[in-house]
Design a protein around this ligand. Sequence first.
Ligand code: F6R
Length: 235
Amino acid sequence: MMKIIKVKDQVEGGQKSFEIFKEGLANNAKVFGLATGSSPIKFYETLVASDLDFIGCTSVNLDEYVGLSADDDQSYHYFMKKNLFDKKPFTKSYLPNGLASDISAELKRYDQVIADNPVDIQILGIGQNGHIGFNEPGTAFDSNTQEVQLTESTIKANARFFENEADVPTKAISMGIGSILKAKKIVLFAYGKSKAEAIKGTVEGPQTTDVPASALQLHDDVTIIVDEAAASLLS
Ligand code: F6R
């Protein structure tokens, strides 16, 4: 089942998801699936400013660029440290290792991490093309952790975080769609006009690998937090 919550801005969206996390913690949620990107930033700010703590909890991130070290300021490791972990540490935090020399072993390791730490609440953003994690259009709904080639549109969208487009990594390691669907509860953020079409496909469109997030229709506990612009094409 999909529940849509319309908010006026990212601050209110962060507050709504904070309440979901707080309730989860009160009900013994221990494993939190986390995302990077701009959409969860206000949510992480709300967590940091709160009195919640994640000692005894585990975080499992969706993805990491291939080729970037944890200390690289463009890596998702670095993003998580800066925006959350330095201020609100989890007892254990997992991300894919972008520098793994044996990628296929790393994919297996990460699937094992997910199997050993079933996610209670998963945070997601969504790409303009409907990607979740880095699962681009065409990805099978039952996919496990995989190495992915980023599409031109995703590289362009991510270029804003880099000095120039040529610096944007072209590959990433991402939890698969099947891995994401295993989470007990999913919270997806979408803000801005550029996400409107992807949100329409996710909520009202057919289940199709052309819109990876439409796989969320298969899940029984999804909350979609949207602003007016992202919700503007919903009927
Ligand atoms: C990030 C991730 C991506 C982003 C998506 C939206 O860990 O998995 O799927 O959530 O690209 O990015 P923003 O929020 O920057 O628009």
